[in-house]
Design a protein around this ligand. Structure first.
Ligand SMILES: Cc1ncc(COP(=O)(O)O)c(C=O)c1O
Length: 346
């Protein structure tokens, strides 16, 4: 299908004369900076950060094997989600489609932007049915959101099915890969060059263990990244986050070790849960959490809360009746979880 990004970008954004910040015009370096009304004292925090996060993006590019101009960095992947709406959806006119049950932020972002949220459904086994998703779309559909591995179900979506959808849809397909590093394979990153309408979201919040710094990325065509860059807040990432992000990118050994431990713990939890009489189903997971159907999810959640253990009730999500979503914690945290579930009395 032929694709022209310009037809998807809102007219006011296409015609926008973007704000030109001081550090965009004069990147930091060796000079006397009297152009941004900064305070000369308290370096380096006195200076505005690089609005385009060039050093960070260069490091991410090396790490992921994606060209720096195809990388947007922002305040969590949630910022990228918000900006995709801002770039493409005229309130009250355009719509988006997501495949429920899925991450709740797509629906909230749609509501914030006055954009209709169309709910397609995953199959009963939580696999993707591209045809059913496409049926929900029309010429005003700007974005399709896919989440792989999916939150809250935990499964990877089939790459062939995602490719089919990207190939057959004239708008943008956003594949949220927040949990991809916990999966053995399955990223859509290798397809970025082939599909100009593909957007891949990744984050530092999960496998890189840095949710507190708020750093996420969108990988897409350089043309789309340029649009996101002109509509974001000029200094959307702060100096501390930029510094921490660069450092975290070099922590390969730690990241691999965290992933190994979390996968091992996930298997241990799974084995325990599968044998427990209160558990009806333990859904297979490629992420760092497990979706579990209990005989009485509400009661189990209250019991765990009383023991100081918080889990997420997902029982009102389509296809998830009776389900709690349990994040895989440290060995000690999981020992405690197991102990408290063993103590549970019906
Ligand atoms: C699927 C998915 N995408 C994105 C996010 C948010 O990521 P970030 O912390 O980068 O905003 C989450 C957080 O739980 C998530 O589950």
């Amino acid at each position: 299908m032929s694709f022209d990004l310009n037809t998807l970008i809102r007219k006011n954004i296409r015609e926008l004369k973007p704000y030109s910040s001081a550090r965009l015009e004069h990147p930091a370096g060796r000079a006397v900076f009297l152009d941004a009304n900064e305070n000369p004292y308290n370096p380096p925090l006195n200076r505005y950060p690089d609005p385009l996060h060039r050093e960070l993006r260069k490091k991410i590019a090396e790490e992921l094997g994606v060209a720096p101009e195809k990388i947007f960095t922002g305040n969590g992947s949630d910022e990228a989600i918000d900006l995709l709406f801002r770039a493409t959806c005229d309130p009250g006119i355009h719509n988006v489609t997501a495949v429920d049950p899925t991450y709740g932020m797509y629906r909230v972002a749609a509501a914030i932007h006055g954009t209709e949220y169309r709910q397609a459904r995953l199959n009963e086994d939580f696999s993707l049915h591209p045809g059913r998703v496409l049926e929900k779309t029309d010429r005003n559909t700007r974005l399709i959101f896919l989440c792989s591995p999916n939150n809250p179900t935990g499964n990877l979506l089939d790459r062939e099915a995602m490719q089919e959808l990207v190939g057959r849809f004239a708008g943008l397909v956003v594949v949220d890969e927040a949990y991809i590093d916990f999966a053995p394979e399955g990223s859509m990153m290798p397809y970025l060059d082939r599909f100009p309408n593909l957007v891949v979201l990744q984050t530092f919040s999960k496998a890189r263990a840095a949710a507190g710094i708020r750093l996420g990325m969108a990988l897409a065509s350089s043309q789309l990244i340029s649009v996101l860059d002109i509509i974001k807040a000029p200094y959307n990432l702060n100096t501390l986050t930029l510094e921490a992000g660069i450092k975290i990118l070099s922590m390969h050994r730690e990241k691999e070790e965290w992933i190994r431990l979390i996968r091992r713990e996930k298997e241990r939890l799974r084995t325990f849960l599968l044998k427990h009489p209160e558990v009806e189903t333990v859904f297979p997971s490629d992420a760092n959490f497990i979706l579990v159907r209990f005989r009485n999810a509400g009661k189990m959640k209250i019991w765990l809360e009383r023991q100081g253990i918080m889990v997420r009730d997902r029982s009102r999500e389509p296809g998830c009746s009776g389900c709690l979503r349990i994040t895989v914690g440290s060995r000690e945290e999981n020992d405690n979880l197991i102990k408290q579930i063993e103590r549970y009395e019906t």
